[in-house]
Design a protein around this ligand. Sequence first.
Ligand code: XIL
Length: 399
Amino acid sequence: MTKLSTTFATLAVLLPVVLGQAAEWGQCGGIGWSGATTCVSGTVCTVLNPYYSQCLPGSASSTPPTTTTGGSTPTSTAPASTATGLNKLAQAAGKKYFGSATDNPELTDTAYVAILSETSEFGQITPGNSMKWDATEPSRGTFTFTNGDVVASLAEGNGQLLRGHNCVWYNQLPSWVSGGTFTAADLTDVITTHCGTVVGHYKGHIYSWDVVNEPFNDDGTWRTDVFYNTLGTSYVQIALEAARAADPNAKLYINDYNIESTGAKSNAMLALAKSLLAAGAPLDGIGLQCHFIVGQVPTSLQTVMQQFTALGLEVAITELDIRMTLPATDALLAQQETDYENVVKACMNVEGCVGITVWDWTDKYSWVPGTFSGQGAACPWDENFNIKPAYNGIAAALA
Ligand code: XIL
């Protein structure tokens, strides 16, 4: 295939030549790799996928590297599943996908795209920005889908599911909406047109849509944005109905953060979900973003997910990352491995948790350093695309 051979050639050019032995967690093989193929003592070179072999902790044995899951201890423990890669493991465990967010600027990075396109690792893609309101309807009635279509085509070409993100959110909203003065009828028309047109454009291509994003403040009160101020809580059902009419087969979600533990905010979301269902609104799922901090993963995550699934809804982990104060240390990375494992285990323990999306898979393109000053290293792969201990935590939970 032209696309693939181009990718391999580019990979070979981009990859640095490393002499001697690769360090712990360093790359030690893979397509296009011309660096070290042996590992420092105490680690063993393990094939993770065709692109990457990595020096994983363990006693260097005389046995050659075997193709195993990245998450199992390579030397002694037999993997519980023969599946390799996070999405394969997730699907073998009965989940619909393990996926990742991505964003258009990153798609010029061919080595990045090659890994994102590996369906063994990622069975679903979410556009990080390009389906948001400011990107799709920058002025009233003028729709642009160029960047969203790039992400949609990539997913479709790879045979990956696509999550739509998002229709109605207080943020990344063009000023004609956020600063507009609307009657209730006019804003209803604005929402219906926006959600109807955007969801309609991707009809048949989307597994699930985050129709409403982040409706609540952290204390469980409603965000006083233009939608709430003009329409009260009714804007949620208006948006859901427009989305359902535009694509009857897409699962329709409300998505938020800090609803991953029991408390005022998750109670508010529960009450909203109950009232929408009672009103016959087309709500199918709740997205738990899961932007966490190392060492601070909520212990009631599973309980909260079960509260939602008890209503007959599905749930998904939609934006997982677990950040730390930089610099990353071995201790922080080890804690992060445990944290990722616990989050994924919570989803594994809840039948109605359909999948897990990381908010990009590599530290190279994570939104964290640009948003949370001094923090980063939040993803399961480092900025050089080597898997981190976090990857092993995820794989262990999925296995
Ligand atoms: C983030 C993107 O990743 C950034 O590139 C952008 O600058 C800001 O938004 N919750 C969400 C996502 O629902 O849409 C946000 O994405 C991260 C927090």
